[in-house]
Design a protein around this ligand. Structure first.
Ligand SMILES: C[S@@+](CC[C@H](N)C(=O)[O-])C[C@H]1O[C@@H](n2cnc3c(N)ncnc32)[C@H](O)[C@@H]1O
Length: 268
């Protein structure tokens, strides 16, 4: 597989852009969004400081909620990572990913959601975590949004390629970018139990997703944002909405923000 993949280069970007007017529009939009993106209410340093002062140890936190389920989550994630490493080593390109995967499996098994929406699939680690837990729960559908990495040759084939075939019956994958995908997901979904945002890391990208999907959240919806250190969107959102129940966890010098009533879950 490795010879099919080329490193980040201008030809693959051009190939992507010239393939269709839609792709060209996506490239132009991305460039404009990057140029005009806002940083939010806090400076980079203020945001980091706020994050650090609210950050807690995720291992202790989840262990305290359910030690057995946490152990199971760690074991499952560890075993899957080993298996995935073999497939990934054949690909000469970093497909993204590298998050606190056990918490996705843990939260899904704990809350038994009917509907999960995630943005950002890449090789499919997070999707696999959700889908495995869905399979074990015996209920739930995962709706995923991604946009093929246009820096790769024939990128579409790698979206979610790690996800096991037997899990795909509970999976609806959309690959035309969040702008289009979210509108299409909205046509199929009336309520979201878990929302995981891990795609376009810009401030405006996050605002867009919440604006589109926020009306489908309910009091028990678990909202997970990856890479909240990139800008102060997570901070601004919890302040603006006066959200008290939020948690911040550090993983490899990156931060995940979770909005959920997890303390209530821990006492049930
Ligand atoms: C960090 S990776 C996702 C990792 C994945 N959630 C995991 O944990 O395994 C980010 C993904 O978002 C996708 N992406 C970037 N911009 C996007 C957009 N505007 N719409 C949809 N997906 C986008 C990238 O192509 C990439 O696959």
């Amino acid at each position: 597989m490795s010879n099919l993949i080329q490193k980040n280069n201008i030809f693959n970007i051009l190939r992507f852009g010239l393939k269709s007017p839609q792709n060209f529009k996506i490239l132009v939009e991305k460039a404009i969004e990057r140029f005009f993106d806002i940083k939010g209410n806090l400076s980079e340093k203020e945001n980091r400081d706020w994050i650090k002062s609210n950050c807690r140890d995720y291992i202790e936190f989840f262990k305290n909620i359910d030690a057995n389920l946490w152990e199971e989550s760690l074991q499952y994630t560890g075993a899957f990572k080993l298996k995935a490493e073999g497939a990934l080593s054949k690909i000469n390109y970093n497909l993204g990913g590298g998050g606190i995967y056990p918490i996705l499996y843990f939260i899904t098994k704990l809350t038994k959601p009917k509907c999960i929406v995630e943005t950002g699939v890449a090789a499919g680690f997070s999707s696999q975590m959700f889908l495995k837990a869905i399979q074990e729960n015996g209920q739930g559908i995962l709706y995923s949004s991604d946009l093929a990495y246009f820096r790769l040759k024939d990128p579409g084939q790698y979206i979610g390629f790690l996800v096991e075939s037997e899990l795909k019956k509970n999976w609806k994958l959309f690959t035309e970018g969040d702008k289009i995908n979210i509108a299409n997901i909205k046509k199929e979904v009336s309520s979201i139990d878990i929302f995981h945002y891990d795609s376009d890391k810009s401030y405006n990208g996050r605002v867009f997703a919440l604006k589109q999907l926020g009306s489908l959240f309910h009091a028990g919806t678990v909202i997970i944002f990856d890479d909240i250190q990139d800008n102060s969107h997570f901070h601004d959102y919890v302040q603006e909405k006066k959200i008290k129940e939020y948690y911040i966890f550090e993983f490899e010098n990156k931060y995940v923000g979770v909005i959920a009533n997890l303390s209530k879950l821990s006492s049930t």
